[in-house]
Design a protein around this ligand. Sequence first.
Ligand code: IPD
Ligand code: CA
Ligand code: CA
Length: 265
Amino acid sequence: MQNKSKELEVAIQAAQEAGKILEKYFETEILKEFKEDNSLVTLADRESEEIIKKIICEVYPNYCILGEETGYTNNKSDYTWHIDPIDGTRNFANGLPFFALSIALERKNKIIVGVVYNPVTRSLFYAEAGKGAYLNDKRIFVSKDGKDHAIITVDPGKKDEDKKFRRILQHNLPATFVCSIRDLGSTAVELAYVARGGLEANIQLGLETYDFAAGTLLVQEAGGKITKLDGSPWVFPENKFIASNGVFHDLLVAEVKKQKAKLKI
Ligand code: IPD
Ligand code: CA
Ligand code: CA
């Protein structure tokens, strides 16, 4: 990308430094702990978040930061960095190379910078509002495939009802609607691959902003479409949405609505 903003350069630098930490610990007997919500955290998550915050704070001491492992720092700025130091920790801890760190900058409900980095596959995805999406410095675009060749992923929400809805979609969408449903185990990676044209759509049912913030900008800047589940306009930080290549978006919205009715049965 020509003319990267300072913010994007700093986010990329932070991603690359944190990526070295993830590489160092990947496929080692790393210490694992379970958090209160039963999700996994490792020493690599904590060290990755620490270095990302350090690099960003040195340049932007007054910007707000929301990091998954350390919560909010400073909340009196129009700018907020949303940081997931490892998205896909379960994969990471099990030696599965489907994970990434995710860094996004929000200004007044708009994501203006997004970086998703998987150091194992050396995939550096980044985007800036109005300037396109890139993978390793090459411009990327969503796929042109229609629903019959589509691969879709569905990410969970936290509530029981959202988890149940996910199972309904995972079970019913392939049979009735698309070619295949997968679960890559990392929201950031899934959204990045919608942007890259490796997946046709991703459905989000209620995760946290740091999980999807950077990925949503990648999808939009790669020419994709994001709406709320009912097809109405999506605005960050709404955490239930459909992100797709746009080719069969309206059909997918209609199908998701139809499947939602099964929740009440
Ligand atoms: C997880 C990933 C995964 C999603 C999980 C998230 P984490 O994030 O985004 O795709 O299905 O619900 O918790 O915990 O590995 O950062
Ligand atoms: Ca996450
Ligand atoms: Ca995480």
